[in-house]
Design a protein around this ligand. Structure first.
Ligand code: PLP
Ligand code: TYF
Length: 396
């Protein structure tokens, strides 16, 4: 049965890791995958996470099955972060939240559920978007198209084109929006533009699906949830996928959640019953550990404060690397204005480096970036930034 199986292409981002790991050069730098490294180039284990894990491991809890929708305390804590502590939507029972296997798992159960509701709808993702968005919704059976988003000329959002495209979509279209820290470009919309997107969704009867993989990486936990808060105030129904891979530095534990905003408590009950069916046929119920740790951190005021401080530390370090890279490129006499790198948000920047330049960075310097010119600023540190700035300056 396998004779006709063809070799599948590598994931363009995760595939870079394999090439990077095989590289034996001492000074190699991986600016490819979106992972936060500390100033020593290590993935941090947050102190708040360590403390919650120790308590949990000391207690040696039994390992029964979880509920299909995951841990109740976790789902409540997620609602609190995503919709705000005083959310009327949450207190009125209109929000369904299910623990999921990372942000990817949340997108997947959301996609499968939507396919059952509206099989003929098309899905629209930003041009460009996270590589996996297209594949994920296509594998759920949807046709996936792009809406205009990034503007190479301004290094920002081409909002005029985006809004015009949204207003031209067929009713019922599913639109995937990056809630903050756009991956791959680092270019986010202003609050006023978000308000216009909400109105466009209302006018065209679109199904908004906010993907929030970087809450807390731009300006702060509540500040980064502006888009969710605007949709919440609109009275529309919408989806939110959350990931704690980055904000808790728990990539491999696969901690995420899907939240669905419905019109009433009664509707929420029906939606949850169907979502559970989707989950059951995918993986039955989520694993225990990651969600329990996140819930424990968020429920304990001291650990929560510690986590918020650690999250702020990651956010501030990325910002420092952004401004430092801009300054170091200018110091090296690079003529092109790179100040946009400091203005962009989150982990990534579309640098404008061409695929050929990215290739030279890899071959001659052992510096790995995505062929689109995307770099992960969170992989820069005080030890490698001069080397990277030297190499980029030379390649340019
Ligand atoms: N959505 C976006 C925009 C992402 O960048 C990522 C990155 O990891 C994800 C979803 C998936 O998150 P997770 O790693 O938790 O599955
Ligand atoms: O964009 C990134 O680098 C991260 C990590 O299939 C990632 O979101 C990349 C590709 C992928 C899963 C995660």
């Amino acid at each position: 049965i396998f004779t006709a199986v063809e070799m599948a292409p590598r994931d363009p981002i995760l595939g870079l890791n394999e090439a990077f790991n095989a590289d034996t050069r001492a000074g190699k730098v991986n600016l490819g995958v979106g992972v936060y490294y500390d100033d020593n180039g290590k993935i941090p284990l947050l102190a708040a996470v360590k403390a919650a894990e120790k308590t949990r491991m000391d207690a040696q809890p039994p390992r029964g099955y979880q509920a299909i929708e995951g841990l109740g305390a976790y789902n409540q804590a997620v609602q609190n972060l995503v919709f705000g502590a005083d959310s009327e939507l949450v207190s009125s029972g209109r929000v369904v939240t299910a623990e999921a296997l990372g942000g990817t798992g949340a997108l997947k159960i959301g996609a499968d559920f939507l396919k059952r509701l509206n099989a003929d709808a098309s899905v629209y993702i930003s041009d460009p978007s996270w590589e996996n968005h297209r594949a994920l919704f296509e594998s759920a059976g949807f046709k996936v198209e792009n809406y205009p988003y990034y503007d190479v000329a301004t290094r920002g959002v081409n909002f005029t084109a985006m809004k015009a495209a949204l207003l031209g979509l067929p009713a019922g279209s599913i639109i995937i929006l990056h809630a903050c820290c756009h991956n791959p470009t680092g270019a986010d919309m202003s609050d006023a533009q978000w308000a216009e997107v909400v109105e466009a969704c209302r006018e065209r009867n679109l199904v908004p699906f906010l993907d929030m993989a970087y809450q807390g990486f731009a300006d702060g936990i509540d500040a980064d949830a502006v888009a969710v808060r605007l949709f919440s105030a609109s009275g529309l129904q919408f989806f939110v996928s959350s990931s704690f891979s980055k904000s808790f530095s728990m990539y491999g534990e696969r901690v995420g959640a899907l939240s669905i905003v419905t019109a009433s408590r009664e509707e929420a009950g029906r939606v949850l019953s169907q979502l559970k069916r989707v989950i059951r046929t995918n993986y039955s119920n989520p694993p225990i550990h990651g969600g329990a740790v996140v819930a424990a951190v968020l429920a304990n005021p001291e650990l929560r404060q510690q986590w918020e401080d650690e999250l702020a530390g990651m956010r501030d370090r990325i910002r420092a690397m952004r401004t430092s890279l801009v300054a170091k490129l200018a110091e090296r006499g690079v003529a092109q204005d790179f100040s946009f790198v400091a203005a962009q948000r989150g982990m990534f920047s579309y640098t404008g480096l061409t695929a050929a330049q990215v290739e030279v960075l890899k071959d001659e310097y052992g510096i790995y970036a995505v062929s689109t010119g995307r770099i992960c600023l969170a992989a820069l540190n005080t030890k490698n930034i001069d080397y990277v700035a030297d190499a980029i300056a030379k390649v340019l």
